[in-house]
Design a protein. Structure first.
Length: 281
């Protein structure tokens, strides 16, 4: 797989944002806010970091990925489609009974999805199991996950973190998408979990704090995670919910709401303009 960097990664991320918003608009339901905030991390994982083969989604030695905040499937599906796991045109049938792209990741029916998720808190446990399996069997592939900051209020997250530390899973890297918002409002008002860095460090994880929209910082953090031995790594990425669409940015109301025709037209124009800017057109 050819690795992309800099503007090439940004183009992929913004195209994923456009495809995700388009899919949610067509479905008239879905979760655009968190999909847009994690698009940069997904672009880096699938177009630079992870060792995967779209022609062989079940390749035994592939790196694994778990979208623990499964409601953000529109972004994951968009990146998988652009990477060639299935036709981009399939995204037009998101959440349709006529297609295989359900509202949350489905490992049975969507090529490239390593774990079905949606019930918050459970995805990280699955990622721990995958990483432990590689350790036990002596495999060199790595496991990655993305969790939401609202999801960090789930008790199972911390049970998974304890297990990962106990088994010294240095082949596990979890991104925490710290956009500060969840469906009911700000995370600090719904259920305060800060300081996340100190809490996760207390669970014997290596913690890295970055700007989740800065590709240099994302790539540097992943390189540091690969070099870290004896413990798993958590990358706390500060992001903007709804990133890339002006009226969605930092608005909790866009956690799980589809844009109407007028709103989609604005979002489409803004995202297309950004893509053209990045491509130098």
């Amino acid at each position: 797989m050819e690795k992309l960097f800099g503007k090439d990664l940004a183009v992929k991320a913004y195209k994923a944002r456009l495809l995700a918003v388009d899919a949610v608009h067509r479905a008239a339901s879905g979760h655009p806010g968190g999909s847009l905030s994690c698009a940069d991390a997904l672009a880096v994982l699938y177009f630079n970091e992870m060792n995967v083969d779209p022609a062989n989604p079940q390749w035994a030695d592939r790196d694994r990925f778990v979208l623990s905040k499964g409601h953000c499937a529109p972004a994951l599906y968009a990146v998988l489609a652009m990477q060639g796991f299935f036709p981009v045109e399939d995204l037009q049938l998101l959440r349709s009974i006529k297609a295989h792209l359900s509202g949350h990741p489905d490992m049975r029916n969507v090529p490239g999805v390593d774990m079905s998720t949606g019930s918050l808190g459970q995805g990280l446990s699955a990622a721990v199991g995958m990483a432990l399996s590689a350790k036990i069997t002596g495999k060199l592939w790595r496991t990655y996950a993305i969790c939401g900051d609202g999801e960090m209020a789930e008790g199972q997250i911390w049970e998974a973190m304890m297990s990962a530390a106990k088994w010294n899973l240095d082949n596990l890297c979890a991104f925490i998408d710290v956009n500060g918002l969840q469906i009911d409002g700000t995370t600090k008002d719904v259920m305060p979990t800060e300081p996340l860095d100190k809490k996760i460090e207390a669970f014997n994880w290596h913690v890295i704090k970055i700007d989740g929209h800065d590709y240099t910082q994302i790539l540097s953090a992943l390189a540091e995670a690969r070099k870290t031995k004896g413990k798993p790594t958590a990358i706390l990425m500060r992001t903007v919910k709804g990133k890339g669409v002006s009226f969605m940015e930092d608005q909790a109301g866009w956690h799980g709401k589809a844009p109407n025709d007028e709103e989609f037209a604005i979002a489409k124009a803004e995202l297309e303009a950004k893509i053209k800017e990045l491509e130098g057109k």
